[in-house]
Design a protein around this ligand. Structure first.
Ligand code: PMP
Length: 343
């Protein structure tokens, strides 16, 4: 008798199609119904799998990429991981420039996936030749048979979420979603998802999350990039010091800023209360949701979907390290879980 082998062809079959999970303890003080879309369940453990697949497959269809080609990108880590994963399966070389703000864990993971990594200073202007934008551009120009993903200025980034994240959330909530809370970095996730959801129901509120030290919120409100807003901050992947064209500000209703400390403590709380071990920006999204709730954004009938971008394993040396939390002054008020060493 022939046995059926129940296997996927490769790991890329497991990109996207992530679940939504109802939150209870972490949101019990808030009015409304709260769900997390947990992107950590995608093959590469973040929302960036979706854009890596979509952009690479679009380039293949155009005949730009062939086996042996090189893919170059600027990334805070997650996009790099996803590109490296897709490259490993499809046979491309992968060169990534990352900010020195990225967790050492993230950088090691990229190398483990076979990528070549350039680590660049975070606190320089985007036009500085040392910035990760400029380094990636230069590497691409100098590497024959290569493409630059350019996620901040690539409409396919936004389109990936329009074609997958948006329809998934619409379906998973049976069209009942009333609010979508989402981080903005490149803006691809929030803009693509929002564009789809607003086409389905223009009343759905799209609530953005930004960081203190980033220009996005002010730009959304004034239409101007205010350089005085730019300051260093710790959260990786959220906010920006420039205006990415991948962001469609017209489909975002509001932005809320969160602090490094609140986001870090809230991410740790998500693990303890909901058993969801997620990244720094997932804490930022829940924290922003609480701040929106405090402004009266939701009522009993609200169906609020929060997008949780990535997995906690990428932050072991940061928010999940008590030593790092202590160094930042973020540990006060945090419960201390005892470790007992048996000798
Ligand atoms: N959270 C994390 C951890 C990220 O890496 C990113 C991507 N930079 C975001 C949130 C924001 O997603 P997007 O770039 O689609 O705005």
């Amino acid at each position: 008798m022939k046995e059926e082998i129940q296997a996927y062809d490769n790991v890329l079959a497991l990109v996207g199609k992530t679940p939504i999970v109802k939150l209870s303890k972490a949101t019990k003080e808030l009015r409304g119904n709260f769900y997390g879309k947990v992107e950590a369940f995608s093959a590469g453990q973040s929302a960036k799998d979706r854009i890596a697949m979509h952009i690479i497959e679009a380039a293949e269809k155009k005949g730009i990429l062939k086996p042996g080609s090189t893919i170059v990108e600027t990334t805070s880590g997650n996009t790099g991981f996803s590109i490296a994963m897709v490259s490993a399966i499809k046979g491309y070389k992968c060169i990534l420039s990352v900010s020195d703000k990225s967790s050492p864990d993230k950088i090691d993971m990229l190398r483990a996936m076979g990528a070549t990594v350039y680590v660049c200073p975070a606190n320089v202007a985007a036009e500085d030749p040392r910035s990760y934008y400029e380094v990636a551009k230069r590497v691409q120009q100098e590497t024959p048979n290569s493409i630059y993903i350019n996620q901040y200025f690539n409409e396919l980034n936004t389109e990936a979420h329009y074609l997958s994240t948006g329809p998934e959330i619409w379906e998973q909530t049976g069209g009942k979603i009333t609010h979508f809370v989402c981080c903005s970095g490149t803006g691809g996730t929030i803009s693509g998802t929002a564009r789809f959801l607003k086409e389905k129901n223009p009343n759905i509120q799209i609530l953005g999350v930004d960081a203190y030290g980033s220009v996005l919120k002010k730009y959304h409100e004034t239409g101007e990039l205010d350089p005085n807003e730019i300051a260093p901050y710790k959260i990786e992947g959220l906010g920006k010091n420039l205006i990415p064209t991948a962001t469609d500000f017209s489909v975002i209703d509001k932005f809320m800023k969160v602090t490094d400390k609140d986001a870090a403590q809230t991410a740790r709380e998500l693990a303890r209360t909901e058993g969801l071990f997620l990244g720094y920006t997932s804490g930022a999204v829940l924290q922003a949701t609480r701040q929106y709730a405090a402004e009266g954004a939701f009522d009993e009938n609200s169906v609020v979907v929060m997008l949780f971008p990535d997995h906690g394993s990428r932050y072991m040396s940061k928010i999940y390290s008590d030593a790092w939390m202590e160094q930042q002054g973020f540990l006060d008020g945090e419960p201390k879980n005892e470790i007992t060493y048996i000798k």
